[in-house]
Design a protein. Structure first.
Length: 122
């Protein structure tokens, strides 16, 4: 499993060189929630909610599940949040400094989806 450490990151426009990406199951007794990144699983989701979210600073990856004829299908969407005046907005456009964290989030999303294919249905 790929693991990112604080040394993998240089200071970015968010000013924090210590961002790291972790995505472990909350069922894991050693799971600790990093303070600067949030992983969210929504077991009681509605139709328009992602089944899992991965966050890194202003970036987020949302994992969506659809039921197909041969089983579940997963799609991932990426967003960047920014503040314009007093209002928060989102964009699907990313700058050069977003690309490395975005690629690591894509890896985490890939790993999470792979574990769903192996997990028994509840």
């Amino acid at each position: 499993m790929f693991s990112a450490s604080p040394q993998d990151f240089t200071p970015n426009r968010y000013g924090n060189p210590n961002h790291s990406l972790h995505c472990r199951s909350r069922a894991d007794p050693t799971f600790t929630q990093p303070t600067n990144m949030k992983n969210q699983t929504n077991p009681t989701r509605t139709e328009n909610q992602p089944v899992h979210k991965i966050r890194y600073g202003a970036l987020s990856a949302s994992i969506w599940r659809q039921e197909g004829e041969k089983g579940p299908l997963f799609n991932v969407s990426f967003q960047r949040s920014y503040k314009e005046g007093d209002a928060w907005k989102t964009s699907t456009s990313f700058g050069r400094h977003d690309l490395l964290p975005l690629s690591l989030m894509a890896t985490r999303a890939f790993e999470w989806i792979a574990t769903q294919a192996q997990a028994p249905e509840v």
